[in-house]
Design a protein around this ligand. Structure first.
Ligand SMILES: Cc1cc2nc3c(=O)[nH]c(=O)nc-3n(C[C@H](O)[C@H](O)[C@H](O)COP(=O)(O)O)c2cc1C
Ligand SMILES: CCCCCCC(=O)C(=O)O
Length: 372
């Protein structure tokens, strides 16, 4: 491992350095769209603090020469207990957007989650991924036939699970974006899945529309504040793919997920971009674990920046984690950048695991953590 680690130091970039470079290279609108949270950004900061506040109490003299970090995430194999989170509009970062990030995930053997508002279609992304594991994230439109069409297309193009994001009945109040008057959709990003959808095309009469009209048609269908568990139960009857609910932090919602036949939850506050003042992901995790651990897989996101953060989330009971901004910033260097970020995260995670005194994911336990 020594020689491999020396060579991986070439071109090393810390998460902070990726963020700094992204700020330098992107225009203010796109950069702040990625970086910012909602409101006063209390929850954005709380996600980071929530992880920082847990300290590891490491053990020693336990032969940590052989590590096993292989994982299963919603039924698919992964080289790490990590998947790339759905991040919409990736062409605001790099012209190859989702294609580059998805290729990187496939090359590194971890799952990639395609956002409903990806700039390339789910079929285009599937094609570049080959056998790479992929999930489809559903922003349920205000038209169930379009929602079902997305899910059927995901089935056909080899997606292994549907993640329904439920923390976005409407967009959080993001002050920087308001100041910048910036929302990527308005500039024509994030249309990949809508523009290619046969049901949407017919309903919106797309053949006769200018780009600006297409954008308005998508914008008018994107949000669905009427969504309830009843609709989720209906979707359960329409697909055999595992369904995961993304964006819950209340243990009662986790129980409801189990009762409604859901196959996993993502404990998430959307990276602090929705309800500002909501509980940090790490503070929510303990009660979510008490509510559903062992019933369905628990995925965690919000604030993961380094390998040691993954150790903490898994020790507190998560089965795996998603990373968002960490890879989004690295996407400024396209596929190479994202691959570099994943390689580094793996190195950090393995190092943190060994220095904690453990070799296997299953041995990460809450007893090795103290909250300070
Ligand atoms: C720029 C950006 C775009 C995002 N787009 C989506 C999206 O399309 N769908 C979704 O479910 N979550 C989206 N998220 C939230 C992420 O999936 C994830 O929950 C969050 O980024 C995790 O926090 P982290 O960035 O601290 O890792 C987005 C986050 C960012 C930063
Ligand atoms: C319901 C569509 C909202 C798209 C916003 C993308 C996103 O999740 C984010 O910016 O955060």
């Amino acid at each position: 491992m020594g020689e491999e680690r020396m060579s991986s130091n070439v071109g090393f970039r810390s998460p902070e350095e990726w963020e700094r470079l992204a700020k330098e290279r992107l225009e203010q609108g796109p950069f702040e769209y990625i970086q910012s949270g909602s409101g006063a950004e209390e929850t954005l900061e709380a996600n980071l603090a929530g992880l920082r506040n847990w300290k590891i109490v490491p053990r020693v003299l336990r032969d940590v020469s052989t590590l096993d970090v292989q994982s299963t995430i919603i039924g698919v194999q992964s080289n790490l207990p990590v998947a790339l989170a759905p991040v919409g509009f990736q062409t605001i970062i790099h012209p190859e957007g989702e294609l580059a990030a998805a290729r990187a995930a496939a090359a590194k053997g971890i799952p990639y989650t395609v956002s409903t508002v990806s700039s390339y279609s789910m079929e285009q992304i599937a094609e570049v991924m080959g056998k790479g594991a992929r999930f489809f994230q559903l922003y349920w439109p205000n038209d169930d036939e379009i929602a079902l069409s997305f899910v059927k297309r995901a089935e056909k193009s080899g997606y292994s699970a549907i993640l329904i994001t439920v923390d976005t009945p409407l967009l959080g109040l993001r002050e920087q974006d308001k100041q910048n008057q910036y929302f990527p959709l308005k500039n024509g990003h994030g249309l990949g899945n809508y523009e290619s959808d046969p049901v949407f095309r017919t309903k919106a009469n797309l053949e006769t529309k200018e780009k600006s009209e297409v954008i308005s048609e998508v914008a008018s269908r994107l949000f669905n504040p009427t969504l309830t568990w009843e609709k989720v139960r209906w979707l359960r009857t329409q697909t055999k793919l595992p369904i995961v609910i993304k964006g819950i932090v209340h243990p009662d919602d986790a129980r409801l997920a189990v009762e409604n036949g859901i196959d996993g939850v993502v404990v998430s506050n959307h990276g602090g971009r929705q309800l500002d003042g909501s509980i940090s992901s790490m503070d929510a995790l303990e009660d979510m674990v008490k509510a559903v651990k062992g019933d369905i897989p628990i995925i965690f996101d919000g604030g993961i920046r380094r390998g040691v953060d993954i150790v903490k989330a898994l020790a507190l009971g998560a089965d795996s984690v998603l990373i968002g901004r960490l890879y989004a910033y690295a996407l400024i260097d396209g596929q190479v950048g994202v691959e570099k970020a994943i390689t580094q995260l793996k190195d950090e995670f393995q190092t943190a695991l060994a220095l904690t005194g453990e070799t296997k994911l299953i041995d990460l336990k809450k007893t090795m953590l103290l909250k300070r």
